[in-house]
Design a protein around this ligand. Structure first.
Ligand code: NAP
Length: 292
């Protein structure tokens, strides 16, 4: 049980964490701060937080658990703002979609408070951001990736594992580099492709009329293109090296398919499609087992 959660960034991810903690009876009081007072006010109205803080440092002061749930580009400034408000035993986590940049930001900004920090990335979310979409069940049954640092306190790491497990999440530990390579492939590249795909159709002559006739396959393929632009700008830039590597793999695969189509090589095309189809048919979300 935590006495006080300091929530910095009262949006979808932070708000969902607060609601889940409250529903599980794991926290006595939640103090929240967001960039704009209207968001913090809305979080109060929705019962996501109990107390509106006027600054990140005020939200963190006296909290035994602090969650930073802001866009990744705002992480370093947030760490710098709260570092002197953190107690020696405080657990500090983030929820950012990229990890190497967040770890580097922590190393630059947290100073003596570095042992408080356990980096985290929940593999959960929605296309719609904002506190109005916060959901106590968002993390239920979903993976949460922890990328502990050598400096993370043993007590903080154990508490981080406990709190995510208590709200129904399934924990996986990785290095920040392995995390960023993996999620460049299965999250960041698919988002980039979805944005570019919609953009490519919309800019064609008659694009709007073409889009209007998309069916269920189109809907499923492009769902993630409706995601939050600012959040994804930050993520794509923060993990740019890994993303560019994945883009190169993707271009290669696309070029190979293109060649087969140009050559009219039906047998080879069918074989490549069959391989992809079998791989996708055997895939199940959240089927990861440690050591695989
Ligand atoms: P969100 O709903 O837009 O929430 C972000 C919140 O951060 C907003 O309340 C925003 O305040 C606040 N904020 C922005 N800059 C701030 C600053 N400098 N100081 C304090 N508060 C600040 O976005 P989200 O989806 O929860 O994303 C938050 C984090 O979760 C991001 O790092 C993202 O990479 C990560 N994440 C998102 C998903 C997803 O599917 N959405 C999944 C996994 C991880 P205002 O409303 O006042 O602007």
């Amino acid at each position: 049980m935590f006495e006080r959660l300091g929530l910095i960034g009262c949006g979808l991810m932070g708000g969902s964490f607060a609601l889940a903690l409250r529903q599980a009876g794991l926290v006595r009081q939640i103090a929240g701060f967001s960039a704009s007072p209207t968001t913090t006010q809305r979080a109060l109205e929705l019962g996501v937080i109990d107390v509106q803080a006027d600054s990140a440092a005020e939200a963190a002061a006296g909290a035994d658990l602090v969650l930073v749930a802001v866009p990744v580009a705002a992480t370093e400034a947030t760490f710098a703002a709260i570092r002197s408000a953190l107690g020696a035993d405080t657990l500090l986590m983030d929820v950012g979609s990229t990890k190497s940049d967040v770890v580097a930001a922590a190393e630059r900004a947290l100073g003596p408070a570095l042992p408080c920090f356990v980096p985290a990335h929940p593999i959960a979310g929605k296309e719609r951001s904002g506190v109005d979409h916060a959901d106590a069940a968002l993390y239920q049954g979903r993976h949460v990736i922890l990328t502990p640092m050598a400096t993370s306190g043993a007590r903080q790491l154990a508490l981080a594992q406990e709190v995510w497990a208590a709200i129904g999440a399934r924990l996986v530990e990785m290095t920040p580099a392995a995390h960023d390579t993996t999620f460049a492939a299965v999250s960041h590249l698919p988002h980039l492709l979805a944005f570019a795909f919609i953009d490519g159709i919309a800019r064609q002559p008659g694009g709007a009329a073409i889009l209007a006739l998309g069916g269920p396959g189109f809907r499923d393929f492009t769902r993630i293109a409706a995601a939050d632009p600012r959040m994804w700008r930050d993520v794509l830039l923060a993990n740019r090296q890994e993303l560019l590597d994945q883009l190169r793999h993707h271009r290669q695969a696309l070029a190979q398919f293109e060649q087969l189509i140009e050559a009219g090589d039906g047998a080879a095309l069918e074989q490549r499609i069959a391989q992809a189809s079998d791989t996708r048919a055997a895939w199940h979300m959240d089927s990861f087992k440690p050591g695989t």
